[in-house]
Design a protein around this ligand. Sequence first.
Ligand code: NAD
Length: 308
Amino acid sequence: MKVLACDGIDPAAVKRIRDAGHEVVEAKGLAAPDLIIALKGVHGLMVRSATKVTAEVLAATPDLRVVVRAGTGLDNVDRAAAEARGVVVRNTPNANSVSVAEITFALLLGLERHVASAGSDLRAGRWEKTKYQGREVCGRMLGIVGFGRIGREVATRARAFGMNVIAFDPLLKSPPAGFDWVKIADYDTVLRECDVLTLHVPLTDSTKHSLSTREFGLMKPDAVLVNASRGGVVDEAALHAALTTGKLRAAATDVFEKEPAPADHPLLSLPNLLAMPHLGASTSEAQKRAGLDAADALLEVLAGAQTI
Ligand code: NAD
């Protein structure tokens, strides 16, 4: 069968599909109508985040059996349109968890120790010692919103740093197995009690702007926020107001409501905001894992399609 691998799928994944006897065409930067042309006669499509698999694309590709996103979210795949056409949609939910947990700590420690600003001052010839006094994370209360795969990886690392952990997840009334040292509480209690708040929820109707003016009002003014979940979970205008009026000491974010964020985005001019361009899953380990998990998912579906 024929497979189109878009967006720079890991070479090991492409090899695994070829070794299983399928023809693989690799492509980058395709959008409709070129994507529709490239999908002629294609049974399996693999994407990362750049390729947009829209209802228009799906309606014009009758041979397609499966779309696999090498990554966690399915924001760039119109899942409902695919499933209505009998196209199976898969993702690789486990591949990125460690990388996102690690970037959460990169953001937190980078924020609290002024890594980016002290480093750029040094490059500009300024050896600043007193300006950049930091804060330890040890002994502080980490509030985790969303205690799924990534939230739990973050909790494990927080414990190693000597942090205490309080978490909210609507699916949990008590700590899951192995996490009896985590206090499970309601959302407002987590907001009130935490010194550091970290978000690990998907973007849904219920999580959109779930951190806004009311919620910042509940937090300690000395608290900091880390967001490596999805842009849109945080109300960016409310975050800007909280950071400029002293309601929140500082924040670090890997994600924006509209990506790529423009250089004149109001948050990017704030000295108490550390930002990265959505790099949570961008490690060689996560990309390889995502590619191989995606290849396995694709091969499983194509094997089923071949026997029909
Ligand atoms: P997961 O499904 O394992 O966990 C998400 C958890 O959030 C679930 O336990 C769910 O019950 C909980 N949840 C849902 N709605 C909630 C709410 N309103 N309040 C509190 N909790 C709620 O997902 P995961 O693998 O842990 O990933 C979490 C999120 O991380 C993803 O949805 C994605 O948005 C984000 N992510 C970001 C990057 C990045 O590059 N920065 C990479 C991968 C994933």
